[in-house]
Ligand binder design. Structure first.
Ligand code: FAD
Length: 418
């Protein structure tokens, strides 16, 4: 495998050197795959952890070296070749080749597509002003950090996890932060109303100006540099820095152009197989039927999902197929609140509060037609760990007992019929 040749070849080619790509390479070796592995990523860096970008990398508490998934020599020692700064733009399923932006061609026996997504950009005027930032890659965050010294006011567009984490870091760094959320509550896509209200109150208590139900008209600027956000109602939020946290667009164009089934992501089966032969997809870009979403096709954006799908695909490629059926989980750190969430709360019809938010340790259990579908545990590791089994079995626990934090979730699990 020589990258200078006209056509390079590797038995397994992984496109995307992020969480899923890195884990796919690791899991192949763990499953005794002895063939050649080439991982291709468009970023200049070796695989690194993305979650710290809106947390302790942004705050300066962690250096880049500390967020590398593995040190450089780790990959070399395992014969995993990594090509950085290389963007894959075409896929030819019949020839079993991919084409890079610079014209190089790489042939594969098996192709693992692990490209995540690109930050969704503002479509309004001024979205490309200097000072307007996404939080997806190291380069995005390095740009933000380089502007911090000259920044007093920050507007965060989007009250999802990433926007709120960035808001928490920036207000701690002494910036005046305004969060602009179009819905009537933050975290509307991922959590219930109780958690949303608690997080809104937490941010306000730290001095964040939290504006709900507001629509952005445009980013205003002077000499190409952002000066603030103009709202649809005419209001204006002055800001030298604007952070846009409005989700991602899955990076699947080359695969869809090659004929793979999909739309909002590329469709895969329970082993991560796309509709194209010998082509697999994992992580944020993979649209899969998830048992915890009533079997509906969804994309999950979490490290857990990227890692577990990668392991699933590695097993299938090495002839030990085991379908993907992992319980989704996720975490978010804001201020001293460490949220761990298990399951998917979308579509829940009941919320049960365990513990006391004022004591800064509590959980919210989500039920759907009497079954436990998700738990948001805030500074409550035991509930997260013990409650996972309740979510996995879709348990029908007693609401009064669920709400009684003196009863360990482990005890409720023990009583469930097997
Ligand atoms: P990624 O890790 O995004 O990797 C994809 C890689 O592929 C990228 O490097 C991309 O540049 C590259 N690529 C894309 N297209 C091409 C191409 N055509 N050619 C070559 N390379 C390409 N999850 C959690 O569970 N907990 C958290 O607290 C959390 N916090 C987060 C905070 C931030 C700021 C962000 C951005 C994400 C966070 N996530 C968190 C989500 C988590 O990081 C993602 O779900 C995870 O990284 C998905 O892994 P992936 O391999 O699918 O994609």
């Amino acid at each position: 495998m020589t990258l200078g040749d006209a056509v390079t070849r590797a038995e397994v080619v992984i496109v995307g050197a992020g969480h899923g790509g890195a884990q796919a390479a690791l899991a192949l070796r763990q499953n005794k795959f002895a063939g050649s592995i080439l991982m291709i990523g468009e970023e200049p860096e070796l695989p690194y952890e993305r979650p710290p970008l809106s947390k302790d990398y942004l705050s300066g508490e962690k250096s880049f070296d500390r967020i590398l998934i593995r040190p450089a020599d780790f990959w070399a020692e395992r014969g995993i070749e990594i090509l950085t700064d290389a963007r894959v733009v075409t896929v030819d399923p019949a020839a079993k080749t991919i084409g890079l932006e610079d014209g190089r061609v790489v042939a594969f026996d098996e192709l693992v597509w692990a490209t995540g997504g690109h930050a969704r950009r503002l479509s309004c005027d001024g979205g490309d002003h200097v000072g307007v930032h996404s939080v997806r890659n190291r380069a995005d965050v390095d740009r933000m950090i380089s502007e911090l010294a000259a920044t007093t006011r920050v507007a965060v567009i989007g009250g999802g996890y990433i926007g709120l984490e960035a808001a928490a870091v920036l207000v701690k760094l002494g910036k005046q932060v305004t969060v602009l959320e179009a819905q009537d509550r933050v975290l509307a896509r991922v959590a219930g109303v109780t958690l949303s209200r608690l997080y809104e109150a937490e941010h306000r208590a730290h001095g964040v100006d939290m504006r709900l139900g507001v629509q952005v008209r445009c980013i205003e600027g002077a000499d190409g540099r952002a000066t603030g956000v103009r709202l649809m109602d005419g209001g204006f939020v002055a800001a030298e820095m604007v952070i846009v946290g409005i989700g991602i667009v899955p990076a699947v164009e080359p695969l869809l152009a090659a004929g793979a089934r999909g739309g909002n992501g590329v469709a895969v089966d329970e082993h991560g197989r796309t509709s194209l032969p010998h082509i697999w997809a994992i992580g944020d870009c993979a649209l899969h039927a998830n048992a915890f979403a009533d079997g509906l096709p969804i994309r999950l954006e979490s490290v857990q999902n990227a890692n577990d799908m990668a392991t699933t695909v590695a097993k299938a490629i090495t002839g030990q197929p085991a379908p993907y059926h992992a319980v989704p989980w996720f975490w978010s750190n804001q201020y001293d609140l460490k949220l761990q969430t298990v399951g998917l709360s979308a579509g829940h019809d009941e919320e049960v509060l365990r513990g006391d938010p004022a004591a800064r340790s509590f959980s919210i259990v989500y039920l759907k037609q009497g079954r436990v579908v998700a738990i948001d545990a805030v500074n409550a590791v035991k509930d997260f760990v013990q409650g996972k089994a309740l979510v996995a079995m879709g348990a029908t626990a007693d609401v009064a007992e669920l709400g009684n934090s003196t009863i360990a979730l482990r005890d409720l699990v023990a009583r469930m019929p097997r």
